[in-house]
Design a protein around this ligand. Structure first.
Ligand code: BES
Ligand code: MN
Ligand code: MN
Length: 464
């Protein structure tokens, strides 16, 4: 692609500037304090899509806007749906950032900013490759439909309403407008530096909040302790009982639908040559732990897990206070393998907790987001096309990996639109997704744009 390649090189700085502009908008979906910025990010994207000459709609929802933009249809060529999210996680803890979260700054070839890798830097590659294509080669070889939402980090409620038919897209029923042959999402990672990857499996999630109430007010722990149930003790005991020393989750029926890994998949994981020492060093731990009988990659990618995400009770201030707290609570989640049904897990958990809740404690379980996991078939002409495109863009053919994270919309694409998704992650495992000092490699950003341009070409050659 001579002209296009030259254009990409000549415009690398401009692409970077576009990314920095978007990163400067603090589009945090979880916190209503940023709602104006969410609107500004949506405006920025609308303008960008319109400048590309795409038919664009900024879909107003009961929550944040969803952007839709499409290029003209192309006879005998696939239709590609590109999904991304312009919302980002809250930037806190702020004092752990070396430079402010919404002032992109470059160190060591990486841009540091909230949203750099999740997901602004990644989905932008597809917009910019379209820009480059249109500027150098004319009409696109495939029809591309962009769907960029602003609520991925907190449950995608508006997008689900859209898919349910609550809004229209360019005057059409949403499922009709979004119809495509394959979806493309860049919101995952490579296997490592210089090891591009295609992700074929994502975990599901079932997220809960547990509230325990004991006596009608905080009590003196000497006068009352030992005579009544302490909600903090009860919380600790209940949560601890959910998993045993071998890392096995103790809810009856939890593993009913968990299939074992096939021998060939185990081997394939092993052959990737996961560097456990580097992994431990990256996160500053002396040991890896987890479900007995499985390797670290197997635990991360293909076994269900349980993690407490937050817990609270009692006195947190300076010094000591001898108190028996009236209340305790926790947020926790299970990451699920694709065959597990989050609803089934939720009801099994509910029964388990009710059965094990000590007398004198009132228990309330709130169900937060639930989403099933997904695996995409490895034998598909789209996947081979993506593999060739990545090889062209990164100079190396991709390995096939799974991830422990969740992208709930991938399942909806399959069930509602009968469409598989190409998960083409340009990020790195140490990009600090959801953490302080989030970053994205600027070289991978440019390689992502290049791969994306090759992807349109490869998909166009497939025909329908
Ligand atoms: N980009 C991530 C998904 C991801 C995480 C992929 C790690 C690969 C590795 C996405 O933005 C995300 O954070 N998803 C949430 C989903 C949840 C809010 C339903 C997640 O995994 O926690
Ligand atoms: Mn993401
Ligand atoms: Mn995320």
């Amino acid at each position: 692609m001579p002209n296009l390649a030259e254009y990409l090189e000549a415009n690398a700085n401009q692409f970077q500037e576009a990314l920095f502009e978007l990163l400067r908008i603090p589009s945090v979906s979880a916190d209503p304090a940023y709602s104006e910025d969410m609107g500004r990010a949506a405006d920025w994207l609308t303008e960008k899509f319109e400048k590309l000459g795409l038919k664009t709609e900024r879909i107003t929802t009961s929550s944040y806007p969803i952007l839709y933009a499409e290029s003209p249809s192309v006879a005998d060529a696939p239709v590609v749906l590109v999904y991304g999210h312009y919302d980002v996680q809250p930037p806190d803890p702020l004092d752990e950032w070396e430079t402010p979260a919404f002032e992109p700054s470059v160190r060591n070839g990486n841009v540091y900013a909230r949203g750099a890798t999740d997901d602004k830097g990644q989905f932008l590659t597809h917009l910019l490759s379209v820009e480059a294509w249109l500027a150098t080669r004319g009409p696109l070889p495939v029809q591309i439909k962009f769907l960029i939402e602003g609520e991925e980090e907190c449950g995608s409620e508006a997008l689900n309403e859209l898919l349910d038919g609550k809004y229209t897209i360019l005057g059409r029923p949403p499922l009709e407008a979004l119809e495509a042959d394959v979806a493309v999402i860049s919101d995952t990672s490579q296997f490592g530096p210089g090891r591009p990857a295609i992700t074929y499996g994502l975990k599901g999630i079932a997220y809960f909040q547990l509230n325990l109430t004991g006596p009608n007010q905080d009590l003196h722990s000497g006068s009352f302790g030992g005579a009544v149930s302490n909600p903090a003790n009860a919380l600790a005991a209940l949560l601890a009982s959910l998993i045993d020393g071998d890392g096995r989750i103790q809810i009856p029926g939890f593993y009913d639908d968990v299939g074992g890994l096939t021998e060939s998949e185990r081997k394939q994981f092993e052959e990737l040559g996961f560097d456990e020492a580097a992994f431990k060093q990256q996160i500053g731990v002396g040991a890896v732990t987890g479900e007995k009988g499985f390797s670290t990659l197997e635990r991360k990618w293909a076994r269900p897990t349980f993690d407490i995400n937050g817990l609270w009770s009692g006195y947190q201030g300076e010094g000591a206070k001898t108190v028996l707290p009236a209340r305790a609570g926790a947020k926790f989640s299970f990451r699920l393998v694709p065959a597990q049904d989050p609803e089934k897990i939720a009801s099994a958990l509910k029964s388990y907790l009710q059965e094990h809740c000590p007398p004198g404690i009132e228990l309330e379980l709130q169900e937060m987001h639930h989403a099933p996991g997904v695996v995409v078939p490895l034998e598909s002409p789209y996947l081979s096309a993506a593999s060739r495109a990545i090889e062209a863009g990164f100079g190396k053919s991709p390995v096939y990996i799974r991830e422990g994270g969740s992208i709930p919309i991938v399942t909806s694409f399959k069930t509602l639109l009968n469409m598989d998704t190409l998960l083409l992650g340009w990020g790195q495992n140490d990009d600090n997704m959801h953490s302080p000092n989030e970053k994205f490699s600027l070289e991978d950003f440019q390689k992502g744009i290049r791969s994306s341009a090759h992807l349109w070409e490869e998909l166009g050659q497939l025909g329908r």
